[in-house]
Design a protein around this ligand. Structure first.
Ligand SMILES: [Zn+2]
Length: 261
């Protein structure tokens, strides 16, 4: 069953049972024609228990991710884990530089969409991917790539030949944009590859990446399904095409399986 492959599945089941009990209680109150205050009491306990269950679930997820990060070779306090309420499937790596305090803080974030829709193997992959971004300082590199790209573009805009409105100017800025995205896409592919190896070396199932990208590719909103969408993504998206990522993960998996034979 799909629920057992989720992070914190036992808590989700407890939550489901609690909600069933409360639904039954409300039905029971209705049958005995209970007073308003009795209803109020039950609803109050219902809301309170859902809040408590929610907190327990969050702690459980954070511990799960921390344990996973430790299996991948990090210290317990090295990364802060953030859960972001967002239905989309996503994970993030970001850091706060220590300008005001003496220590920089490194974060790994996951969306509730990722937790709800993806299996543990896929979540493990997403976390390992973000870990690779941290270890390779991609966050800083991509920041400067974007800043220098923008500076270069505005610098170019000052030169008469490239003034905005000219075809040449448009093509030049397009080329810079595609160039920046090309560099960022390379980072993504490297992080995918790293994630695969991190998981493999930690003795975890490394096939989560393949499943993860296949899931994203099968999403009906996936722009890659049309030629125009593909063109748009080439210019605007920092991520490689999912079909490329799937192909790379499949290759890694095949070599892994063959080496184990
Ligand atoms: Zn990434």
């Amino acid at each position: 069953m799909i629920i057992f492959s989720r992070v914190g599945w036992h808590i989700l089941i407890v939550k489901f049972i609690i909600n069933l009990i409360f639904l039954y209680s409300i039905y029971h109150l209705y049958k005995i024609s209970a007073s308003f205050s009795q209803y109020l009491e039950v609803v109050f306990i219902w809301i309170a228990s859902n809040i408590i269950i929610g907190i327990i679930y969050k702690i459980n997820v954070k511990f799960y991710i921390k344990r996973l990060l430790m299996k991948l070779g990090t210290g317990f306090w090295e990364y802060k884990v953030k859960i972001i309420k967002d239905p989309s499937i996503n994970a993030f790596a970001y850091k706060r530089l220590g300008f005001f305090s003496d220590k920089e803080k490194k974060y790994i974030g996951v969306t509730t969409g990722l937790l709800k829709k993806c299996s543990k193997d896929e979540i493990n992959f997403a976390i390992a991917h973000e870990l690779s971004h941290h270890r390779n300082n991609d966050i800083v590199v991509s920041f400067f790539t974007k800043v220098f790209g923008k500076l270069f573009k505005s610098g170019l805009g000052l030169i008469k030949t490239f003034k905005s409105g000219s075809v040449l100017g448009f093509l030049a800025s397009l080329a810079i944009e595609v160039g920046i995205k090309f560099l960022l896409k390379k980072q993504e592919l490297r992080a995918d590859k790293d994630a695969f190896h991190y998981l493999k070396e930690a003795g975890l199932n490394p096939s989560g990446g393949l499943k993860f990208f296949e899931r994203l590719k099968n999403n009906p909103d996936n722009l890659e399904n049309t030629i125009f969408g593909k063109l748009l993504l080439t210019i605007t998206d920092e991520h490689p095409f999912l079909e490329t990522r799937i192909k790379k993960q499949r290759e890694l998996l095949e070599t892994h399986i063959n080496s184990n034979k």
